[in-house]
Design a protein around this ligand. Structure first.
Ligand SMILES: [Zn+2]
Length: 404
């Protein structure tokens, strides 16, 4: 038996007035998703525990069978492995954004979506000034997304950091890292100092001077958030006895996959945006199944459309996912297989950010009798045979559905 799990990030939504009060999933022409429902069973699944925030890290851990309350230790440690960063058990990993500050106020969490080429040069200057091998290490990532690793600083959970995307318009001094306990004061002070001193290095950097001349936002401050230690989680092989692979453009998803012991497959042209290489991902998934039992294919594009509040683009990303990725996988599969389709969380157009509502899912397997639901969407799923699943994981349902 082969297992396929296809996730459209943020695909679920609320009814949109411009779509005649239908959701993008209800609006999109998506015969392949609908055929999985019609030939299988559906339901709604809660991927965000009440105690957790509705981040992708929470939802992806949950879909893959890892209790987010236990394993979501922070964006830093979860994303770091996809950049080849090795963490020891006492190391703390933080995300280190390059951001734009103006007159003491945070104005952009991404420094105007600065390019990887420009921002890696800025980070190199930071590393040269502050990096101390074996103690304080900076690693470049994609675009504005970098990493700070503090070796042998064991208590990152005692430091309160503010994600820069939640601090737009805030005074820098009001949202700097703070210690939650006296024993973390020294580390918090170090983080504040690094941030404050980065301004002197970045302000006069030729890259930033050129960006400002071109009317672009400079990356004139570093910003730490999402700190944590690496999670220690059992692999999917240990949990389910399955050899698994992950296909995604997103560091976070690849990082979680790497802790889960999955093979990380990088597909050329996989961008995480609406222009991603859907066909390439489908072909890579079919190829991965030749020597894996399970493949997890993640598509970020619908989430980005949700964040942009672009309902037409969201419908298009769902249709592209359906035709160019899912259809191509279904055409290439040989029996027997079990396949599941699901969002990780909703990213509703109306709010432009994640919500914690349960998401629709569908599973087709040789052992599941059709439950009469014909369409894959938020409302049809309410009538599915699985009902509302609150205390189980999609991967577990997918695997157990092939054993009846
Ligand atoms: Zn997500």
């Amino acid at each position: 038996m082969k297992y396929i799990l296809v996730v459209g990030d943020g695909m679920a939504d609320y009814p949109v007035p411009e779509l005649g009060n239908k959701t993008p999933l209800q609006t999109a022409y998506k015969p392949n998703m609908d055929s999985i429902v019609a030939k299988g069973q559906s339901g709604l699944i809660k991927t965000i525990p009440d105690e957790s925030s509705p981040g992708s890290e929470t939802a992806i851990c949950s879909l893959l069978g890892y209790d987010p309350r236990k394993y979501c230790t922070g964006r830093g440690p979860l994303e770091a492995p996809s950049r080849g960063i090795k963490l020891g058990k006492n190391d703390a990993a933080y995300r280190c954004n390059l951001i734009t500050e103006k007159d003491g106020v945070i104005v952009d969490y991404s420094a105007g979506h600065i390019t990887t080429e420009e921002s890696s040069k800025l980070l190199a200057s930071i590393n040269k000034a502050f990096g101390k091998l074996g103690k304080i290490e900076f690693y470049p990532g994609l675009d504005y997304r970098h990493f700070l690793i503090l070796r042998n600083f064991p208590k990152p959970d005692l430091i309160q950091c503010t994600p820069p995307h939640d601090a737009i318009g805030a005074n820098v001094s009001a949202v700097l890292p703070k210690a939650k306990a006296a024993e973390a004061e020294k580390t918090a002070r170090l983080l504040r100092e690094l941030i404050n001193r980065s301004a002197d290095i970045l302000r006069t950097h030729p890259i930033n001077i050129a960006r400002e001349k071109a009317g672009k936002r400079p990356g004139n401050l570093i910003w730490f958030w999402g700190g944590g230690k690496k999670p220690s989680m059992p692999t999917l092989k240990e949990k389910y006895g399955l050899k698994a692979a992950v296909i995604s453009a997103v560091d976070l998803v690849k990082g979680i996959g790497s802790y889960a012991g999955m093979e990380i497959i990088n597909v050329p042209g996989a961008t995480g945006l609406y222009d991603t290489n859907y066909e390439g991902k489908a072909d890579a998934a079919l190829k991965a199944l030749e020597n894996n039992d399970l493949v997890f294919v993640h598509v970020e594009a619908p989430d980005e459309a949700g964040h942009c509040k672009d309902y037409a683009l969201k419908v298009k990303t769902i249709e592209d996912l359906d035709k160019r990725l899912l259809g191509r996988i279904l055409d290439g599969l040989t029996e027997p297989y079990a396949i599941a389709i699901s969002p990780d969380h909703p990213t509703p157009i109306r709010i432009g950010t994640h919500s914690r509502d349960p998401v629709p899912f569908a599973i087709k397997s040789p052992f599941l009798k059709p439950d009469g639901v014909k369409r894959f969407d938020e409302f049809s799923a309410r009538n599915g045979a699985f009902g509302l699943v609150e205390h189980d994981y999609l991967i577990s349902l997918l695997i157990s559905s092939s054993k009846r």
